[in-house]
Design a protein around this ligand. Structure first.
Ligand code: HAM
Length: 429
């Protein structure tokens, strides 16, 4: 029988780098920076379950999206349908509505960091279990909130020195604007319906705006003559978009207006955006976001709840860091390594606990072996000091501390060991 393997499209995060996956300490570093930046904007953390009712995703994300049509990991238990969350915006809005977070008053500024699941074809930067971080600003309808979400997103990449990015920005206008545009697009494409790919023909009926996403050269040429969404925006939508642009300009946040940016989720209206990284190949999309004032009502709320946010892929961020040659901090090493020799097991075991309770991180040999073999383990730990405990040390209560870089050996009584290792020893013999 061969040993089990991970499921394609998923990966293990190990203490070492492997198969293009960064080691766990690098993940923790990145997560720490992300949290620091987002908390710096006053965002508070939200954690929701990894699975949700299928109907929440089907309705929230939208029936005509790839996610709902092809990519949900859905299962049934008893008489309930569940889905592994493919994204966090619908869950965030569910949590907001369910727990009446509006009653806390003010704007809810939420951030999250966690795993999402989509049954896509796995490839570099595209996984079936991946990790997103993002924010949702729930309450304000003003373009100031859109600008804040975009600024928070940009600051995360800036904190890593990743400034070689391209922000694409668009406005989808109000529901009415989109309805009028949809009709105009349908009318425009109808005569060419036979030239369209099967997918676009389908979209022409179900969701014509998604045709703007096409990668087909011929369809892209056809799009050149198509009506532009921009011409269908009403005064309010236009004013919202212009104010957002003024704010971004004022902060020096560069963007490209992109008429074709519609994004593949049904809940967007007004602003949408996507951030692309340089040198990422096919998976250039680092992050995406937009305004979704209609989502709360889709999920059963009686009133519109204005909201805007973004989500970013952690794996894509790692790709960008890699491409930029980002230097991750080294993994933390233990403060000391206990080399446990024959006759010293009990004393070392107790001492190890005492040292950890004193706040030191201490690793230890847990096996018997020759002095040479045990010392090899000690060296591998990269600890700056080795504490040698054998029969003699156990009997005398005095450990031998070896400095890893100089090789100097100092006898230190057990009681003074914590202080010594913390560099505070006063009367070491
Ligand atoms: P999204 O564009 O579907 O938006 O996903 C956001 C980001 O997640 C993408 O830009 C990409 O970096 C990453 N991502 C998506 N799918 C995969 C995958 N299969 N493997 C690796 N990374 C992936 C949303 O999810 C919206 N909820 C964003 C949002 C928040 N809009 C408003 N608030």
């Amino acid at each position: 029988m061969s040993i089990f393997q991970h499921i394609p499209g998923t990966f293990d995060i190990l203490p070492i780098a492997h198969d293009g996956i960064a080691p766990s300490h690098a993940w923790r570093h990145v997560e720490r920076v992300v949290r620091r930046v987002l908390e710096g904007f006053g965002f508070e953390e939200l954690r929701t379950p990894t699975f949700e009712p299928t109907a929440l995703v089907a309705r929230g994300v939208g029936g005509s999206t790839d996610i709902v049509q092809k990519e949900m990991f859905a299962f049934t238990k008893g008489d309930t349908d569940y889905v592994l969350r493919p994204e966090m915006t619908a869950p965030a809005m569910r949590a907001y509505l369910e727990h009446r977070l509006d009653q806390r008053g003010g704007t809810q500024r939420l951030y999250y960091l966690g795993s999402c699941y989509r049954a896509e074809r796995p490839q570099k930067g595209r996984y079936r279990q991946f990790h997103q971080f993002g924010v949702e600003i729930i309450g304000p309808g003003s373009p100031h909130a859109d600008a804040e979400a975009i600024a928070a997103m940009m600051e995360v990449y800036r904190a890593f020195g990743l400034t070689d990015t391209r922000l694409r920005l668009n406005s989808l206008g109000s529901r009415e604007n989109r309805a009028a545009y949809r009709e105009a697009l349908q009318a425009y494409f109808q005569p060419f319906a036979n030239d369209l790919s099967e997918l676009s023909r389908e979209r022409l009926v179900s969701n014509p705006l998604r045709i703007l996403d096409t990668k087909d050269e011929r369809e892209i040429r056809l799009l050149d003559g198509a009506p532009a969404l921009r011409d269908f925006l009403d005064d309010d939508s236009r004013a919202h978009y212009e104010t957002l642009q003024t704010l971004l300009d004022a902060a020096g946040i560069a963007y490209d207006q992109d008429d074709r940016l519609v994004r593949g989720l049904d809940y967007y209206g007004y602003t949408t955006w996507e951030l692309e990284g340089a040198g990422l190949g096919a998976q250039a999309s680092l992050a995406g976001g937009g305004r979704y004032n209609g989502l709360a009502e889709t999920l059963g709320a009686r009133e519109t709840v204005p909201a805007v946010g973004f989500a970013a892929g952690m794996e894509r961020l790692f790709l960008a860091l890699d491409a930029a040659g980002y230097a991750f901090p080294d993994a933390a090493t233990p403060d000391a390594f206990l080399v446990v020799l024959d006759g010293g097991v009990e004393a070392a075991f107790r001492l190890g606990l005492d040292l950890r309770r004193a706040g030191l991180s201490v690793a230890s040999t847990l096996k018997r072996g020759s002095f040479k073999a045990l010392m090899k383990d000690a060296v591998r730990s990269s600890a700056p000091r080795y504490v040698l405990i054998g029969e003699t040390e156990a009997a005398s209560g005095i450990a031998l501390v070896k400095d890893a870089s100089t090789g100097d050996q100092t006898p230190v009584p057990f009681a003074e060991l914590a202080a010594f290792l913390q560099g505070q020893a006063s009367n070491v013999r």
